[in-house]
Design a protein around this ligand. Structure first.
Ligand code: ZN
Length: 338
């Protein structure tokens, strides 16, 4: 950041860019390298930070925007060094404006405002606890025997996505105009499906958080993301997003989310504890070879996940009492792991 004046002297085009925007670029670079070294240290797949040319660099941030950046009538946003830009305000915003980012998505531009709001009151306790088992047939199945379906809305656009993707692969000239247009169509549809998925995740997470004090789900990190086919990996990424949203909403509402080791949860009988691969009579049905208990296989797994989560919470609470620990802060975004 200190060398920015030198950069500006050598490259006069940088003078036209807002100073805080330039500083934010340096902060982003620092963050990329810090994350890289953290991953190296943790022995994870590291991925060295790559140079981003102008086609890949899609946003810039004003870290300390003026509180009056958006005009009173909501029709313009003021961007220092650029000026007033016409906007379509999608929803009213409240609280203290913390950052203002300008983002490009294909041919669309967005102004992204982050605001600080006072913490809301936690939701009243419901004395209800639930385990959820995510899968491919159903989005998730709960220990109460509720089945949340994979939304049709999303499936319809997935089908469209396959069509445009096929069209793209038929355009032979890699840098031709038709190829470029087909690529833009794929990207646009991809963004649409991602937005739809995000909306569904928010809605479903909200329903769970309203209903239950404790929500237990499987820990995807234990499951091993790299194994299996590509389709499953994509699903894992989607579930990762869902669990993250769930944890965030739970923290706001004063709820508890626990991520449990999912191993053997699909093979164990939740009634007698007998664990054997043969218990799973088919993909959908569970029949215990020891006690004869029969149930939907996913509901049985969800009940095991809940039981494991409850054991952890009981231990954790007795530990908190024994150590005179203060209750955990509500702002904890990461689920507890067991
Ligand atoms: Zn049994």
């Amino acid at each position: 950041m200190k060398s920015l004046p030198e950069v500006k002297a050598a490259l006069p085009e940088y003078v036209g860019v807002n100073a805080q925007v330039l500083q934010d670029v340096a902060k982003r670079l620092d963050k990329a390298y810090k994350s890289f070294f953290r991953r190296v240290k943790a022995g994870q797949k590291a991925g060295y930070p790559r140079f981003r040319g102008r086609d890949r660099y899609d946003s810039f941030t004003y870290p300390q925007p003026s509180q009056s950046s958006v005009s009173g009538d909501g029709k313009h946003v003021y961007l220092p060094k650029i000026g007033n830009v016409r906007i379509k305000l999608h929803r009213p915003f409240a609280g203290k404006l913390k950052t203002l980012a300008v983002k490009r998505e294909g041919a669309e531009w967005y102004a992204v405002l982050t605001c600080e709001l006072p913490r809301t009151e936690p939701l009243p306790a419901t004395a209800s606890q639930v385990g959820i088992d995510v899968g491919t047939t159903w989005f998730f199945v709960t220990s109460d025997g509720e089945f949340c379906e994979n939304h049709k809305l999303f499936q319809a656009s997935s089908k469209k996505l396959r069509v445009v993707q096929r069209a793209l692969s038929r355009k032979p000239k890699k840098n031709g105009n038709r190829h470029k247009k087909a690529k833009a169509r794929v990207a646009k549809l991809y963004r649409k499906t991602a937005r739809q998925r995000l909306q569904v995740h928010h809605e479903e997470a909200k329903k769970l958080v309203i209903k239950h004090d404790l929500i237990c789900h499987e820990d995807l990190n234990v499951k091993g993301m790299a194994q299996g086919n590509l389709g499953k990996q994509i699903h894992d990424v989607a579930w990762g997003q869902f669990f993250q949203i769930l944890s965030g909403k739970a923290a706001w509402a004063g709820r508890r989310v626990v991520a449990v080791d999912p191993r053997l949860t699909s093979q164990r009988c939740h009634v007698c504890g007998h664990t054997e691969r043969g218990n799973r009579a088919s993909q959908a049905n569970f029949r215990c070879l020891s006690c004869g208990h029969t149930e939907n296989a996913d509901v049985n797994a969800a009940k095991n996940i809940l039981a494991q989560g409850l054991r952890f919470v009981a231990q954790r609470i007795s530990l908190e009492i024994a150590c005179h620990e203060k209750p955990r802060p509500l702002g904890l975004l990461r689920p507890e792991r067991v």
